[in-house]
Design a protein. Structure first.
Length: 631
């Protein structure tokens, strides 16, 4: 049995080989980098080599400390053997490999790494379920975890039981060579720090963008250092969007209504991941027919590229940076306050969970718990389309047995068009389609049309459930007294711009959604100018006779008014995005992330300074809006 220095060398060699395995694992990140010259290749290579070492460094330090502790002679001999520390090292190294692999899985689909959004997804009730993962996906991930465990275990077993392997490693991975390798990696780490700092100083976006491709990258800037040395740093050409701490003052003034206002009934039907192109006479014929009787908006942007910011914008009419403070204070929107004050009876439904995102603590925080109905009340073995059908049953039952002397508001969040895009056989209008959706095993580039066909079929099922609600409203003569809104929370991309799904980019596919408004006083028609989810609260409140100017409680416009949008704002967890008829400009909340300006055709603008100069007024307007409702 090996002890002492042999055990130490075995573990050192084990971690050296684990580092090589980690390099293979993390090499997938290199495929997502846009290389434009030799310096970008060099910077990416240096970060790749040094950061893989940085990922494994905490484990190295931990086991180095453990070896020192166990080196005392009074401790039992077996504790000094690699057979004791070895299995612990295998578990630790396997956990690291799985972490990096999972981060790449997230990055490949969404375009970002483990961040506060991902931790919120993992640790908030209903978060993982919201992804719509299947048993096949879970099996695939278990197989991947077993692969890494077996690979790490095999490295240790070979080192400890096969003499030739150990002798080869003793020669190749000697103590002197390992120390030299560590010194070289430290030098590489320092050099990439310097390269990033200089690039940040001169706003050299290719290097700044490459750094975003690696998980847990730690940025550094030299601007303060340059100033402390009495030097003048290069002039920044970028417009700096300032995100201030918010201390809520909402609404700015008390909400007032006309004495003769009408308490219209309100029905809001919102579908997960429903992009604008799905409102089509072949895909959603019943909804299309209904849209021809109401007002249809063809350039309607969501307030976000994910459910949280999208619904927040649709109910509050505010930019997404306010979400966090409203969640902290569990403050509902003015829209819901007004309905409660007017004695509305309310019942809301979701085929997902109201706990994720935390709409039970924000949008619907003031509603009695008995008014919130989601998938937690239903059979967990059901699929999303079955949840939708059962929830429509419950919604129609509420309408049938409501107190007819009072106005009502009902909201339904449909899940059918969310991955894995489930649907019953009778709604299979596009073939062939992917028979089984496995997140971990699916080949996005190869299978994307088959995946999209599933999505189209699920949207056709959604149409059948919308029609059930339309029919009830028609049959019971409710349309003459009811406001109906049909929309999606956000869109869904199918690799049109190298992304799948949502939450990963601000493409039109991910952010433009159907929007249909029916109201007794509104004439049928089509609006082709830019509109936004931010406009929904103002529009409804004006129909209900609110006399306040929208600025008292919202950053939206009345969809039925004369004032038209020149631009809109899209939010996600980490950024604010400006969108107009020609350009999109991204302003990350993380000051080290690159600011990106593109045309609507997704061509990056090289002269950003000219864009900032010509768009200074709307950008300053947005910046003021980020703190309008802060004391």
């Amino acid at each position: 049995m090996k002890t002492g220095s042999n055990a130490s060398s075995t573990l050192a060699q084990f971690f050296a080989l684990s580092y090589l395995l980690l390099l293979i694992n993390a090499s997938a990140f290199l495929r997502h980098i846009h290389y434009i010259n030799f310096s970008t290749y060099l910077f990416a290579g240096v970060v790749y080599l040094s950061y893989c070492f940085l990922y494994i460094l905490p484990i190295l330090l931990l086991f180095g400390i453990l070896q020192k502790i166990l080196s005392y002679s009074r401790l039992p001999l077996f504790l000094k053997s690699p057979w004791f520390l070895g299995p612990l090292a295998v578990i630790a190294a396997t956990a690291l490999q799985i972490l990096i692999y999972t981060d790449y899985f997230v990055f490949k689909i969404f375009g970002f790494h483990f961040n506060s959004f991902v931790w919120n997804l993992i640790f908030t009730k209903g978060g993982i379920d919201s992804m719509g993962s299947s048993q096949a996906t879970m099996r695939s991930f278990i197989m991947i975890m077993l692969f890494f465990f077996i690979a790490q275990g095999a490295i240790l077993v070979l080192l400890m039981t096969v003499g030739r392997v150990k002798k080869f490693c003793d020669n190749l991975l000697s103590r002197r060579r390992l120390i030299a390798a560590v010194v070289i990696i430290i030098m590489l780490f320092v050099s990439q720090f310097i390269a990033f700092g200089i690039s940040s100083l001169y706003n050299y976006s290719p290097v700044l963008t490459i750094s975003q491709s690696f998980p847990f990258y730690v940025p550094v800037t030299f601007r303060k250092l340059v100033k402390s040395l009495g030097l003048k740093p290069p002039r920044q050409t970028a417009f700096n969007m300032k995100f201030k701490e918010i201390n809520l003052h909402y609404p700015l003034k008390p909400i007032n209504q006309k004495p003769d206002h009408k308490n219209y009934n309100i029905v809001i039907l919102m579908a997960e991941s429903l992009r604008a192109a799905m409102l089509d006479p072949q895909i959603m014929p019943k909804t299309w027919a209904f849209s021809q009787q109401g007002l249809r908006f063809t350039q309607h942007y969501s307030a976000g590229n994910g459910t949280r910011m999208a619904m927040f914008g649709a109910f509050y009419g505010l930019y997404g940076n306010y979400w966090f403070k409203f969640l902290d204070e569990q403050r509902g929107p003015v829209f819901i306050d007004l309905l409660l004050n007017n004695n509305y009876q309310m019942s809301v439904y979701s085929s997902a969970k109201f706990s994720y995102p935390e709409f039970d603590k924000t949008i619907f925080a003031r509603l009695p718990q008995g008014s919130l109905h989601d998938s937690t009340e239903l059979d967990k073995s059901l699929t999303s389309w079955q949840f939708d059908r059962l929830n429509v049953d419950r919604l129609l039952d509420f309408l049938e047995h409501r107190d007819k002397s009072r106005p009502f508001m009902t909201f339904m969040f449909f899940e059918s068009p969310h991955a894995p895009y489930n649907f019953p056989p009778e709604n299979e209008i596009r073939t062939p389609c992917l028979a089984q959706f496995d997140y971990a095993a699916v080949d996005l580039k190869k299978d994307i049309q088959l995946i999209k066909n599933r999505y189209i079929n699920s949207s056709n099922h959604l149409d059948s459930q919308y029609e059930r609600v339309f029919k009830y409203l028609r049959d019971n003569s409710l349309l003459d007294s009811t406001i109906v809104i049909i929309t999606g929370d956000h869109g869904e991309e199918f690799m049109e711009h190298d992304r799948w799904g949502h939450n990963s980019d601000y493409s039109d596919e991910q952010t433009i959604v159907p929007m249909v408004l029916w109201a007794p006083t509104v004439k049928p028609g089509q609006i082709d100018s830019i509109t936004s989810h931010l406009d929904i609260p103002v529009t409804i409140l004006n129909l209900l006779g609110v006399t306040n100017p929208p600025q008292d409680y919202s950053q939206g416009f009345d969809l039925l008014g004369n004032e038209k949008r020149r631009f809109t704002v899209i939010s996600d967890w980490d950024a604010i995005v400006y969108v107009d008829g020609e350009y999109k400009a991204t302003f990350p909340m993380n000051i080290f992330s690159p600011k990106i300006v593109t045309t609507k055709s997704y061509i990056e603008i090289s002269d950003k300074a000219a864009f900032y100069q010509t768009h200074q007024l709307p950008l300053v307007e947005i910046m003021k809006g980020l703190s309008n409702f802060s004391q």
